[in-house]
Write a protein that binds this ligand. Structure first.
Ligand code: PEP
Ligand code: MN
Length: 334
């Protein structure tokens, strides 16, 4: 249930109402805009009579929210959320460009890629340390050592870093990681989501291979429910019957999500297509669609990459693409 308060409401009146609602056992989510206050009520709202609430002088309107996601819903939070971390920013008109290798392989590799993508305009460095590989015989990542190397690259370049967590027990290894990624395969690892909800880390939540937009938002809601609303959503392609690409990029997720949630939306054209040749057009399309950020895999030597070389751009290719992304974004915003 949502209660929109009148502009004229005083702080005392507002506090009085909020305390009363909390006293009814509800969690009250407060969203203050320039000229509105929205109270989002979570919990057993059957205890509240909407007509009674509506009759209060300070209440402008009352609406019930039928969606099962509440805190992630735009109804609870009409303005775009702007997620800022380490100098990078996503949403509400700001744009983040995330780039880096699929996995951290060695010091030279990550430092070289970090310096080059930064020079091209990337605002966040990515690099997997714990890798969710389909085969147990494939390279599984450098794990704690990979995170250390990523931290070194952060120190050298000043770029904030994003890396994937697979196990909640590894959380303490991620202190220096600015954005914790929940990968597609873990989108519904509810224990992990709950734990991340108890932190104040920024979370990059990727859509599962076979999950709906609604399920993505329910997973975001798990994190929000714990008190952490620093969430960036990521569409990375879904599984369809098409085999020409690794996955099928659901670009319509951008306008759909923008309509129903306040959380920023990032597109990952690398995992969506699986082929470096298709990445630039999908990245440019994502910028045109109004994505709040784009994440691209970049490797200094894609042919010898230990993971996802086929979809990785070289730093030179990324440089050309970054210019196009920024140019298209200007046009899309105009
Ligand atoms: C990744 O970003 O490295 C990754 C494994 O992506 P996804 O979870 O989308 O497959
Ligand atoms: Mn990858």
């Amino acid at each position: 249930m949502i209660a929109v308060l009148r502009n004229s409401v005083s702080k005392e009146q507002k506090d009085h109402l909020i305390n009363w609602l909390k006293g009814q056992g509800l969690d009250v989510h407060i969203s203050e805009g320039a000229d509105y206050t929205v109270l989002g009520l979570v919990g057993d709202t059957s205890r509240i009579d909407p007509d009674l609430l509506q009759s209060l002088e300070i209440v402008q309107s009352v609406r019930t929210v039928s969606e099962p996601y509440k805190k992630a819903s735009r109804k609870f939070h009409p303005d775009d959320s702007v997620i800022s971390v380490g100098g990078a920013s996503f949403g509400g008109g700001t744009f983040g460009l995330i780039a880096g290798p699929c996995s951290v392989e060695n010091r030279e590799q990550i430092i070289e890629v970090a310096e080059k993508v930064k020079a091209s305009g990337a605002t966040v460095l990515r690099g997997g340390a714990f890798k969710p590989r389909t085969s147990p015989y494939d390279f599984q990542g450098l794990k704690a050592e990979g995170l250390k190397l990523l931290s070194e690259a952060k120190k050298v370049t000043g770029l904030p870093i994003v890396s994937e967590i697979m196990n909640v027990e590894h959380l303490e290894l991620f202190v220096d990681v600015d954005i914790i990624q929940v990968g597609a395969r873990n989108m519904q690892n509810f224990e992990l989501l709950r734990e991340l909800g108890r932190t104040n880390k920024t979370i990059l939540l990727k859509r599962g291979l076979a999950n709906t937009i609604k399920e993505l938002l329910m997973s975001a809601e798990y994190i929000c429910a714990g008190g952490n609303e620093n969430i960036i959503l990521c569409e990375r392609g879904i599984r369809t019957y098409e085999t020409a690409t690794r996955n099928t990029l659901d670009l319509s997720a951008v306008p759909v999500l923008h309509e129903i949630t306040h959380l920023p939306v990032v597109i990952d054209p690398s995992h969506a297509t699986g082929h470096s040749a298709y990445v630039p057009s999908m990245a440019v399309a994502a910028a045109a669609a109004g994505a709040d950020g784009i994440m691209i895999e970049v490797h200094n030597d894609p042919i010898h990459a230990l993971c996802d070389g086929a979809q990785s751009l070289t730093p030179a290719q990324f440089d050309v693409l970054a210019k196009k992304i920024f140019a298209v974004r200007e046009v899309a915003l105009a």
